[in-house]
Design a protein around this ligand. Structure first.
Ligand SMILES: Cc1cc2nc3c(=O)[nH]c(=O)nc-3n(C[C@H](O)[C@H](O)[C@H](O)COP(=O)(O)OP(=O)(O)OC[C@H]3O[C@@H](n4cnc5c(N)ncnc54)[C@H](O)[C@@H]3O)c2cc1C
Length: 280
């Protein structure tokens, strides 16, 4: 069992990982080796100490070099659920389980607001994770809302299983060419159904489907973990970055504004120190 599990590889996760490493706490870090799209996409960053007027790509390279130098590994998996038990938390990644005594949520925020019905049908025809739930839709008709080009590999994976995929891309230059994928324009307004999601409703039309995949950079924290207190869509924390759940800490954009690299890195550092003291 790990001392800590960090979820998210943006500035907050990077800072938490570097600090846990320095404090000699055993940890597993879930995210992407490409770190975070939000780190990479900034044109010019003028307000991060020590890195004056760098692009997001340059900052990302600087973070990666520091992680590699500290010999820290990133586990390229998406955490889909967190379950408390006595003295530990179990983290679910698809069909794999990991255990840690504490958790740092550094998941960022998703700019796309939940669609009506999204949280109601989550786990009943609505999924955030292609690799976790894709097999349930083998030979079926699904809708896939994809918020980032980087997530196209998950769309391809779903297209290899489903009979038909209605793709709703929220980005430009779609490069999906699979014959069973039909691109649909517009933003869905609601997911409807009785026991399960059955219909994706747009302003002037609707798709009858067996399931809906919402491929986003960050799922709402409440979807990953029940019982976590939030306020205005952000995780509620105290000055030690402690949430209302014992042993669960949060850092970065997911705890609230300002959405800034320096704030995220600072909070990741505080959360890692709090984990250290908690484990002591
Ligand atoms: C275009 C743009 C320009 C910006 N410019 C600036 C600027 O100049 N200066 C500034 O200070 N700030 C800027 N920002 C804001 C800055 O990018 C954010 O404040 C910062 O990235 C927040 O870091 P974070 O670690 O909280 O979250 P993020 O950077 O959003 O990282 C979170 C990561 O966690 C991953 N994740 C989420 N859920 C899971 C899960 N369940 N399992 C595994 N991984 C998960 C996500 O995929 C993501 O990679 C800009 C943002 C944008 C979009």
């Amino acid at each position: 069992m790990y001392g800590c599990a960090i979820i998210g590889s943006g500035a907050a996760g990077v800072s938490a990982a570097l600090t846990l490493k320095a404090l000699n706490v055993s940890f597993i870090w879930f995210g992407s080796r490409a770190l975070s799209q939000k780190i990479r996409s900034a044109e010019n960053i003028a307000n991060y100490p020590g890195l004056a007027n760098v692009s997001g790509a340059e900052m990302s390279r600087a973070f990666s070099a520091q992680i590699d130098g500290a010999e820290i590994q990133i586990t390229e998996k998406t955490v889909t659920g967190i379950y408390p038990s006595v003295g530990k938390y179990t983290l679910l990644c698809g069909d794999e389980l990991f255990e840690a005594k504490t958790v740092i949520l550094a998941t960022g925020v998703e700019a796309v607001k939940p669609i009506r019905g999204e949280l109601e049908f989550l786990g009943r025809g609505v999924s955030y994770c292609a690799t976790c739930d894709g097999a349930l839709y083998r030979g079926k008709e699904i809708a896939v809302l994809c918020t980032q080009k980087e997530l196209e590999r998950e769309v391809r994976f779903l297209a290899s299983l489903a009979r038909k995929v209605y793709l709703i891309p929220l980005y430009k230059n779609v490069e999906i060419t699979e014959p069973n994928v039909e691109t649909v324009k517009g933003m869905p307004l609601e997911i409807q159904g009785k026991e399960r999601a059955e219909r994706l409703v747009f302003r002037d039309s609707a798709l009858e489907i067996d399931g809906v995949f919402l491929l986003k950079a960050a799922a709402p924290p409440s979807a990953m973990f029940s019982g976590l207190e939030t306020e205005g869509g952000h995780i509620r924390v105290n000055r030690d970055m402690q949430t209302n759940m014992k042993g669960i800490f949060a850092a970065g954009d997911c705890t609230g504004k300002p959405y800034q690299y320096a704030k995220a890195a600072g909070e990741g550092n505080v959360a890692a120190h709090s984990v250290y003291h908690f484990l002591q």
